[in-house]
Ligand binder design. Structure first.
Ligand code: NAP
Length: 397
């Protein structure tokens, strides 16, 4: 690729402005923003207005622009933009995990067909260089597990709750004000955002293209004071944990669930908007990465790193896919969980909770609430009605 990169940037929100600042404060990279496409004609902009347009074709059809940087908050529009850019031979950098996760296999094929690179380091754990490490550093090591905190906004909320006794709603508002939350914060607190990232990480860890709906997530939205009290009594914090690992029968198990994390787990001290990723492999054993998982500048810096990688013609080779281990994803595995329910559920309902478990280890009930700790089959969790009950909280323990 031409070493002088001419950028067409879509989006000038939290990440777009972060990239603008990072780019202006970085020496040595030959990349220049030619045009920025945004949506809202009435919004005031804090940089040269001549840079802006509202017409996507001014970027996509501009022969001077050789790199499209996609930083918008609309996954469907982003997909159309990225697809058109790849087909027209423009390299693409994106931070959009929802868009990448939902279309990864097709985007992989488009890269091959049109011989144009698509880089998306910022889409997974923002400033932590996880994708490129999985691709390059761990290209031949036998990876067995990747897990951790993949969402800065929900981690910020949980940290405020555990470290500052702040309420869920006040913490969410703060996360939104600080630019850590997605435009639709449901994506953060429901675990969906972590699941999109895990979908991408599955491809680069185990060579698996799966759709986000093929595995399971539970978010933090139902957490209440009983769960926080229980965690504190056990010397734990609750974190939203995303995991994928190779089982004993060589199947891949994956999911996103709240988790009771004890002090001796490195994830325990990953607070605020930070993310933490534990990588386990047969030879290098455990390695732990920590870094900011949200915010304009940290995410902008990951976008810049991808732009920089294009100057030396870097592209993902999808090495695990090409190693053809042909692994499959399975939801048929055992897991130990804590299920907390409110007592206005009838005794009959509680009985059916019992039926969910293969083995019950501990139960508690008072006049307000109860909990059951025990082993279940993950598939049960995926299909059972219990999850539709808005007052229950489920976490791995
Ligand atoms: N925020 C983070 O910490 C973070 C971290 C990692 C990844 N990401 C990802 O980065 C992307 C951007 O997030 P953000 O936080 O920067 O969002 P944001 O602050 O809400 O900004 C979104 C930008 O997209 C523009 N936009 C929306 N639809 C458009 C369209 N159809 N055409 C052109 N422009 C359009 C908006 O234009 P107007 O300015 O005209 O409204 C705005 O500038 C998302 O995919 C997000 O998941 C964000």
């Amino acid at each position: 690729m031409n070493k002088n990169l001419k950028l067409g940037v879509f989006g000038f929100g939290c990440v777009g402005q972060g990239l603008y600042q990072v780019l202006n404060n970085t020496k040595g990279i030959k990349a220049e923003i030619v045009k920025i496409c945004v949506k809202d004609k009435n919004k005031s902009r804090n940089v040269d207005l001549g840079l802006f347009t509202f017409d996507k074709d001014e970027l996509l059809n501009n022969p001077d622009i050789n790199v499209i940087v996609e930083l918008i908050d609309d996954a469907d529009a982003a997909y159309e933009i990225v697809k058109a850019a790849l087909i027209s031979g423009k390299a693409v950098v994106t931070a959009n995990k929802k868009m990448v996760a939902e279309h990864l296999e097709e985007l992989y094929e488009l890269q091959i067909k049109y011989n144009t690179p698509l880089l998306y380091e910022a889409s997974s754990c923002a400033s932590i260089p996880i994708i490129r490490n999985l691709e390059e550093y761990y290209d031949n090591d036998l990876l067995t597990k990747v897990e951790g905190i993949f969402n800065g906004s929900s981690n910020y909320i949980l940290s405020q709750i555990f470290n500052k006794n702040q309420s869920f709603n006040a913490s969410l508002l703060e996360a939104q004000k600080l630019g850590f939350a997605e435009s639709d914060p449901y994506l953060d607190i429901s675990g969906l955002d972590s699941k999109f990232k895990l979908t991408i990480i599955l491809a680069h860890t185990f060579g698996l293209f799966v759709k986000p709906e093929e595995f399971f997530q539970i978010g933090i939205e139902n957490i209440n004071e009983y769960d926080i009290k229980f965690a504190r009594e056990k010397g734990c914090k609750i974190k939203l944990n995303a995991f994928c690992y190779k089982s004993e029968n060589d199947e891949i198990n994956a999911g996103v669930l709240p988790s009771f994390i004890a002090k001796d787990n490195p994830i325990y001290n990953v607070d605020d908007e930070y993310n933490g990723v534990l990588i386990q492999s047969i030879f290098s054993e455990n390695q732990f990465f920590v870094g900011k998982g949200a915010g304009g500048l940290p995410t902008g810096s990951a976008v810049l790193s991808d732009i920089s990688a294009l100057t030396y013609d870097y592209k993902y080779e999808y090495k695990k896919l090409n190693q053809k281990e042909n692994l499959i994803l399975s939801n048929d595995f055992k897991m130990k969980i804590y299920l907390r329910y409110l007592i206005d559920k009838s005794e009959a309902n509680k009985k059916s909770y019992d039926d969910l478990f293969i083995e019950i280890k501990e139960t508690y009930q008072n006049s307000d609430y109860g909990y059951i700790i025990g082993e279940i089959n993950y598939n049960q969790l995926v299909t059972n009605y219990v999850l539709n009950n808005k007052s229950n909280f489920i976490a791995t323990i």
